[in-house]
Ligand binder design. Structure first.
Ligand code: HEC
Ligand code: HEC
Length: 441
C-alpha cells in the first residue's frame, strides 16, 4: 500500500507541477473565455463514424458539439482544485474531446475517433446517448474455461478501420458475444483514491442474503504492482492511467507507453502491416509534449481524476422514505452508500466521502452476467455498479438492456435475487419512494 501511494503521489505531483507551464491552459469559467480574448472555439462534433469507414455495424447519428465545461454540475471540475490542477483538468478535457485522425495515430483498427464519442451524455465524461453505440466483446469456452480468443483479436472487437480493405469481425468460432455499455467517468478521482484496504474490508464483512463479494485484485500496468481493480463493469482496472492507456489503444487505436502494440484485425499480422501503411505515425503514437513531459494518457487522466462527481442530491420526503427502503430490502448490502478516500497529495481528493453506492466488489449475478472473464472477474461476476448519477442515464446495466431503472432492478439475479424479490413485493407507494430516491442520487 505504502509503495502504491508513493508511486501515485509521485505521479500526481509530477502532473501537477509540470502543468503549470502547460501549453493548453484553458480557462474553466465561461466568463473568462470572453475576457481573455482567447475564446475556446467549440470543438467540432465527433466524426462518428469517420468518413473512411466501411459501413460500421452500429453507426451513430450526428451529434451536437460539446461546449466548455460548466462551472458546476456534471462535466465540471472538482471543487477545491489548485490553479495548476484546474489547468491540467482543462488541458485533458481538450484531449478527451479531440477527434483523432490517421495523421494523429487513429487506428488502423478502432471503435471510435474520440473519447467523448462514447462518453458524452449528458456531458463529456458521461455515457453514450445512443442504445446502438455499444462495444462488443467475444470469446468461447475451451475445456470449461473462458477463452478470450486473443489469437483471433478477442476479447474486444474493434469494428472500424481506416482501411476499407480490412475489418475485424466476430469470428464464427466465437460462442460468447457480449455488448458493453459505456460507464461514466464522473468522480473517478475519488473512486481511485479509495484505499485498496477499504475495498478489501468490504469483501470480508459478513453480509445477509447469501451475498459474498470479492475484491478484484489485478496487475496495474501504471504502477507495476497488484492493486484492487475498481473501474469498468468487471473492475478490470485499478487506476485511471491504466484505463486511459487501455482505451487509447483498444478504443481509438493509439499506441502509448502503457499499451504499445497495435491490434491486428482478428489477429492477422499481415493485414495489420498493410493497413498500417495508412497511418502517418509509426511506432509509439502518444508521444510526450516536450513542453510539459505529458502524453495524452496523462492529460486525459488528469481530466477524469479532477472531474466532479454527480452533484449531491437534495432528498424530497418521498425520496427520504425511499432511502430507508433501499437499506431495508438489502440494496445497500452491495450498493454501499458511501466510502472514504485515503490521504492524497491532492487536497480535493484527500479524506473525502465518496457517495458512490457501490462496494466496488465482484458478485455472482446469476443470469445477469455476460460470460466474459476479464481481469480478476469470472464470466458470472460483475462489479456492483455505482449508482450515483443514475438519473442522468438513458440506459442501464452492462449491456444497456434496461431502458428504465425498474428494468435494471428486476434483472438482478444470483446474489442480487433476494433483494430483487423484496423489491417486487413492495406496494406502489413504496416502489415510488424507492424510485424517487434512486432518481435523486
Ligand atoms: C467506442 C466507445 C468508447 C470509446 C471511444 C472510449 N470509451 Fe471509455 N468506455 C467505453 C465502455 C464500453 C466502457 C466500459 C468498459 C467495460 O467495462 O467493459 C468504458 C469505460 C471507461 C472507463 C472506466 C470508467 C469506470 O469507472 O468504469 C474509463 C476511465 C474510460 N472508459 C476512459 C476512456 C478514455 C480516456 C477514452 C479515450 C481515449 C475512452 N474511454 C474512449 C467505451 C468507450
Ligand atoms: C449482490 C449485490 C447487489 C445487490 C444486493 C443489488 N445490486 Fe444493483 N447491481 C449489482 C451489480 C453487480 C450491478 C451491475 C449489473 C450489470 O453488470 O449489469 C448492479 C446494477 C444496478 C443498477 C444499474 C446500474 C447501472 O449503472 O446500469 C441499478 C439501478 C441497481 N443495481 C439497483 C439496485 C437496487 C435498487 C437494489 C435493491 C433492490 C440492488 N441494486 C441490489 C449488485 C447488486
Amino acid at each position: 500500500m505504502k509503495l502504491t501511494w508513493a508511486i501515485n503521489a509521485a505521479a500526481l505531483s509530477l502532473l501537477c507541477a509540470s502543468t503549470a507551464s502547460a501549453q493548453f491552459a484553458f480557462p474553466n469559467q465561461p466568463a473568462q473565455v470572453g475576457q481573455s480574448g482567447a475564446a475556446l472555439a467549440p470543438l467540432p462534433p465527433p466524426m462518428n463514424p469517420p468518413p473512411m469507414n466501411p459501413p460500421p455495424t452500429n453507426p451513430a447519428p450526428a451529434q451536437p458539439p460539446i461546449t466548455n465545461p460548466p462551472a458546476s454540475g456534471l462535466g465540471s471540475a472538482l471543487p477545491g482544485l489548485t490553479a495548476d490542477q484546474l489547468a491540467a483538468f482543462n488541458a485533458g478535457n481538450v484531449d478527451f474531446q479531440k477527434v483523432e485522425t490517421p495523421a494523429s495515430g487513429l487506428g488502423p483498427f478502432f471503435n471510435d475517433a474520440s473519447c467523448v464519442a462514447c462518453h458524452r451524455a449528458p456531458a463529456p465524461g458521461g455515457i453514450t446517448g445512443d442504445p446502438n453505440r455499444l462495444v462488443t466483446r467475444f470469446g468461447r469456452t475451451t475445456n470449461g474455461q473462458f477463452d478470450a480468443m486473443t489469437e483471433l483479436g478477442g476479447s474486444l472487437l474493434q469494428n472500424r478501420s481506416i482501411d476499407p480493405r480490412f475489418l475485424e469481425t466476430v469470428p464464427a468460432s466465437a460462442t460468447i458475444t457480449a455488448q458493453r455499455l459505456t460507464t461514466p467517468v464522473f468522480g473517478l478521482g475519488l473512486i481511485e483514491a479509495i484505499p485498496d484496504a477499504a475495498i478489501q474490508a468490504n469483501a470480508s464483512a459478513t453480509k445477509p442474503d447469501g451475498v459474498h463479494g470479492r475484491a478484484a485484485v489485478v496487475f496495474d500496468v501504471a504502477s507495476g504492482v497488484n492493486r484492487v481493480g475498481r473501474f469498468g463493469w468487471k473492475a478490470q482496472q485499478a487506476t485511471i492511467l491504466a484505463f486511459s492507456g487501455d482505451a487509447y489503444l483498444n478504443e481509438v487505436g493509439i499506441t502509448n507507453r502503457l499499451f504499445t502494440t497495435e491490434n491486428a484485425p482478428n489477429g492477422d499480422l499481415a493485414k495489420l502491416a498493410q493497413a498500417n501503411t495508412r497511418v502517418t505515425i509509426q511506432g509509439l503514437q502518444d508521444q510526450p509534449d516536450p513542453a510539459t513531459g505529458l502524453s495524452k494518457i496523462d492529460r486525459v487522466t488528469a481530466f477524469m481524476r479532477f472531474l466532479a462527481p454527480p452533484p449531491a442530491p437534495t432528498l424530497s420526503n418521498s425520496a427520504t422514505a425511499g432511502q430507508a427502503i433501499f437499506t431495508q430490502i438489502g440494496c445497500a448490502v452491495c450498493h454501499t452508500p458511501s466510502m472514504q478516500t485515503g490521504p492524497s497529495p491532492v487536497a480535493a481528493l484527500s479524506q473525502k466521502p465518496v457517495r458512490l453506492y457501490s462496494d466496488l466488489l465482484l458478485h455472482d449475478m446469476g443470469t445477469l452476467n455476460d460470460g466474459i472473464a476479464q481481469g480478476a472477474a469470472t464470466g458470472r461476476e460483475m462489479k456492483t455498479a455505482p449508482l450515483w448519477g443514475l438519473r442522468s442515464r438513458p440506459l442501464w446495466l452492462h449491456d444497456g438492456r434496461a431502458r428504465t431503472i425498474v428494468d435494471a432492478i428486476v434483472a438482478h439475479d444470483g446474489e442480487g435475487a433476494p433483494s430483487k424479490n423484496r423489491f417486487r413485493n413492495l406496494n406502489a407507494t413504496q416502489r415510488q419512494q424507492l424510485l424517487d430516491f434512486l432518481n435523486a442520487i
